[in-house]
Design a protein around this ligand. Structure first.
Ligand code: PMP
Length: 359
């Protein structure tokens, strides 16, 4: 077996320990003679998995009991539509901070349901940064304020929650979920596709504050898309294998020491990478220094030809998936929770060697 150092932006590297448990349990889940995939989602084994995953997430994020946790399908992309379907009506305004392509996709969907006000956009600056609080020009009384906490493509990340002047925050946290602490009280809703920091693709975690959900009194929402349908029970057949894996990843997160452990580790990994980039002007970080992401580290080399060579030589060293998003090119190293310090060390050693060979 040969495992490589995987810097994929998503679906991303999963903890080896988790994959080994999955492998071990695949044919015979806990002595039941079937895999977890082959069990009823109403049966005792799966309902335990579902409950355990929700309890773990509650503990990890310090949520208290004023939130519902839902395991939905359709990716973060479905949430771009489902959030305004539930919370935005004609005549109402929601504020959407525009920090990249994912924010824009969310904005496009919200406009189908109500007014969208953009309190800040870095589009004119090629999305190289996120706003400071004093740059936000909020509308008078927004229904909610939406932001993308980590911009996977551009390698930018909010340092902390934007100031929404008391309005509930709605966050697309797909690419930095459970990588650091969040101020849960300020959120109405948080959603995250699992396939970066949380598990495999196929499930999206949606956390909604009970009070905020109560403000959804719209009548014309298809039953499946209404959060009320999912908030208190498993509504229909869930992506059970993906949720099972999420539960194992959450167990791994807790065993390691929870968010404090990963926040420290993620800071150290990012610091090592950015220090290597900043050593001289061979590598150039693409994001504004104050907006740099600790999850997706994006940088350029002096020429595109050198970038191609960097990517192919890296692969020969067992360092894979370093190509930047097709819309921006360059290099992107995604270093989510499951990316080890060792992988980042191997990458930075390779970067130094690659650079030193070029004078
Ligand atoms: N939001 C962010 C921040 C993302 O990084 C992505 C995927 N890369 C998406 C949304 C879209 O997610 P999905 O493909 O799960 O719908």
């Amino acid at each position: 077996m040969k495992r490589v150092h995987n810097f994929s932006a998503g679906p991303a590297a999963l903890p080896l320990e988790v994959l080994e448990i999955v492998q071990d349990e695949l044919l015979d889940y806990h002595g039941t003679g079937t895999s977890i995939m082959e069990k009823s989602h109403r049966g005792k084994e799966y309902t335990k998995v579902d409950a355990e995953a929700k309890e773990r997430l509650t503990r990890i994020l310090g949520l208290g009991d004023d939130f519902h946790i839902m395991f939905l399908q359709g990716g973060a992309t479905a949430q771009f539509m489902q959030v305004p379907f539930n919370f935005l009506e004609e005549g109402q305004t929601a504020d959407y901070i525009n920090t990249g392509v994912w924010s824009q996709k969310a904005i496009k969907e919200a406009r189908l349901f109500g007014n969208v006000h953009i309190p800040f956009s870095s589009e004119d600056e090629d999305f190289i940064r996120v706003p400071a609080n004093d740059e936000l020009e909020l509308s008078g009384n927004p229904r909610y304020v939406h932001f993308t906490s980590n911009n996977t493509i551009y390698g930018t990340q909010f340092r902390s929650e934007p100031d929404s002047n008391g309005a509930p925050l709605v966050c697309d946290a797909s690419s930095d979920f459970i990588s650091r602490p969040i101020d849960t009280d300020r959120y109405g809703l948080i959603y995250a596709g699992a396939q970066k920091n949380l598990g495999p693709s196929g499930v999206t975690v949606v956390i909604v504050k009970k009070d905020f959900l109560q403000t959804n009194t719209k009548q014309n929402i298809p039953t499946f898309l209404n959060y009320h349908s999912h908030s208190k029970r498993i509504f229909n057949t869930p992506p059970s294998f993906a949720v099972y894996m999420v539960n194992l990843v959450l167990q791994w997160v807790e065993d390691k020491g929870g968010i404090p452990y990963f926040q420290k580790l993620n800071n150290q990994k990012a610091e090592l990478l950015y220090t290597t980039i900043d050593q001289d002007d061979f590598y150039t970080g693409t994001a504004d220094v104050d907006s740099r992401s600790k999850m997706n580290v994006t940088f350029r080399l002096p020429t595109e030809e050198l970038e191609q060579r960097f990517i192919s030589e890296a692969e020969e060293h067992g360092l894979v998936a370093l190509k930047g998003h097709r819309s921006v090119s360059g290099i992107r190293a995604s270093i989510y929770n499951a990316c080890s310090m060792e992988s980042v060390k191997v990458l930075t050693d390779f970067m130094k060697e690659f650079r030193s060979k070029r004078g």
